[in-house]
Write a protein that binds this ligand. Structure first.
Ligand SMILES: [Zn+2]
Length: 181
């Protein structure tokens, strides 16, 4: 039996309650709270729990560290392009980047571990050196600017940066929402 079995049980309960799927956004790329959250895959930082994000309220993208990578930039650009072309009156979702304390990405700061992983996946070690969230208040500022300065992303998209403390459970805003235009 698959590990997902208990969740499939919960899914049947969910599907049996049509009310749970009401109030969904008319356009899925303009969610109800106009938010596009980028956050780590760490199971302790699930936005549905730590921020109370409900169904239909936000686009949520997760990767190691919640870092702004070329793949994430491409997806943000795509959402901005959809708004430009399908709903030019907006609103444009705000990209809220959240880094957190005690992040597993910090293991990539270890030279030996980073070298071994770079060999394993056949990549340049320097690209991995950019990943660790050693100081979330600093890396989140770097990543806010990566989005604001990226080519191809609508300048109407506001970007904000935050840090989640896994010990206190509190989120602190480091960079208030701002757009590049
Ligand atoms: Zn993490």
């Amino acid at each position: 039996m698959s590990n997902i079995a208990p969740l499939l049980d919960r899914n049947r309960a969910f599907a049996g309650d049509p009310g749970a799927r009401q109030g969904m956004p008319r356009l899925p790329f303009i969610p109800n709270l106009n938010l596009y959250i980028v956050i780590c895959i760490d199971p302790r930082v699930d936005p549905a729990e730590i921020l109370g994000v409900r169904l239909g309220e936000a686009l949520v993208q997760r990767n190691i560290g919640g870092r702004i990578t070329p793949a994430i930039l491409r997806d943000i650009a795509y959402v901005g392009y959809l708004v430009d072309t399908k709903a030019p009156e907006g609103p444009y979702p705000e990209v809220a980047i959240i880094h957190h304390t005690d992040c597993g990405s910090t293991l990539l700061a270890d030279d030996e571990l980073r070298h071994g992983f770079a060999q394993r996946i056949g990549t340049d070690e320097r690209t991995l050196a950019d990943t660790p969230v050693l100081d979330p208040a600093r890396t989140v500022q770097t990543d806010v600017h990566r989005v604001l300065w990226a080519q191809g992303i609508s300048q109407k998209i506001p970007v904000s940066g935050h840090v989640y403390d896994v010990d206190t459970g509190l989120v602190t805003t480091i960079v208030d929402a701002k757009a590049s235009a």
